[in-house]
Write a protein that binds this ligand. Structure first.
Ligand SMILES: [Zn+2]
Length: 379
């Protein structure tokens, strides 16, 4: 026997689940069916991706893709609300999929436990209707932008700092792209990574939620999407501003005579921003365990005073990066120094400066203070 399901084919349980959408004239059954047919790729399952994914899953977006190479760490939990203490060490994409399916079992969730890279960027983006860019790496931000412009696919991008952020829909056919705003990645030496910079957990919470919100508007075709406009928010003063964001005719990727015409041309630009040093194996890195065995080492903390006061390796000497040249004058040829910062990047810069100005024997702590803390937590 056959019977005719309702036009949108939602089960009674789904009708209950989405009742608050179904009663909105702007959504209703037709809108809910659009959400179910839609697919969204979320690049980065961290502070922005966590709330974005939770709201997209709760809203009933039928297919979600999640790209993230990382495992959950204790230091993520202050803002990455998808994860629990018990899940530390688990791959983010796997835990995210389990949590989201527990929230809404009617979804298809595809996971990609890999960095968003030029080799797979075009394929991943082609497979989804909409993209949310929630990375904390500039290289990834530029790669997502260029891949979306080249694919003609709009994406919702957000950038956050300690207490502020900005949001826009980039790469829409009629709108600007991220490079119209920032043509080139900043000098990596001038930008602390998120791990070093610090951020109040509610800041990515708000912006990730706004990203999901813009994606839902785009899918539903309602309201005014942030195309050609940039939302900036200062969350200390609660100043919300919506600025006009025109397309730049000289933009290197979406302008009138683009210099980036394929993703093969993007990595060259981005290569300079990738990792400052923790991955550079030509430097004398020591693991935490090896460092603790080397009793002749004096541990040198090159972070800021605020970071040092908040916690440091017992017995470490504070020599902040901006005063490292003065410190170099105090180093003798018999000194054996182990440099560390929060995760490794600034220690590399201190290493190169000290190497040029002093005779001391220098090493670097792999993973920085966070690795030392992790080692203590595991004991
Ligand atoms: Zn552009």
């Amino acid at each position: 026997m056959t019977f005719s399901p309702d036009p949108a084919g939602f089960s009674p349980a789904e009708q209950l689940r989405y009742a608050r959408h179904l009663s909105l004239p702007e959504i209703g059954l037709a809108g809910q069916a659009k959400l179910r047919r839609a697919s969204v790729l979320v690049i980065g399952a961290g502070g922005l991706g966590s709330p974005a994914l939770l709201y997209l899953a709760a809203a009933g977006v039928g297919r979600l893709g999640i790209v993230d190479p990382d495992r959950i760490e204790l230091s993520n939990l202050q803002r990455q609300v998808l994860y629990t203490t018990a899940a530390c060490g688990v791959a983010k994409v796997e835990e995210a999929r389990a949590r989201l399916l527990a929230l809404n079992p009617h979804l298809q969730i595809d996971v990609y436990p890999e960095a968003f890279a030029p080799v797979s960027a075009a394929r991943l983006i082609a497979d989804y209707d909409w993209i949310i860019e929630g990375s904390d790496q500039f290289a990834a931000k530029y790669l997502v932008n260029d891949a979306c412009v080249l694919a003609g696919k709009p994406y919702v991008g957000a950038s956050i700092r300690a207490f502020s952020g900005m949001l826009a829909v980039y790469a829409a056919p009629e709108g600007p792209c991220y490079r119209c705003l920032f043509p080139e990645p900043p000098d990596p030496a001038t930008i602390p990574s998120c791990a070093q910079a610090g951020v109040l957990g509610t800041v990515p919470g708000l912006f990730g939620t706004l990203q999901a919100h813009e994606a839902l508007k785009l899918i539903l075709g309602i309201g005014e999407p942030l195309i050609g406009a940039l939302l900036t928010v200062d969350l200390l003063t609660m100043r919300f501003q919506k600025l006009k964001l025109p397309r730049d005719p000289n933009c290197p990727v979406c302008g009138e005579s683009p210099t980036i015409r394929s993703l093969a041309e993007t990595p060259l630009v981005c290569a300079a921003t990738v990792d400052l040093g923790p991955g550079d194996d030509s430097l004398p890195w020591l693991s935490v365990a090896a460092s603790r065995r080397r009793l002749e080492l004096r541990w040198i903390d090159v972070r800021t005073l605020a970071e040092f006061v908040a916690g440091h390796v017992p017995g470490a000497i504070h020599a902040p990066l901006d005063q490292i040249e003065e410190f170099a004058a105090r180093i003798g040829p018999d000194d054996h120094l182990l440099l560390y910062c929060q995760s490794g990047g600034r220690a590399v810069r201190a290493y190169h400066q000290l190497k040029a100005k002093s005779q001391g024997q220098l090493w670097l702590l792999r993973g920085g203070y966070e690795a030392w803390l992790n080692d203590r937590v595991d004991e």
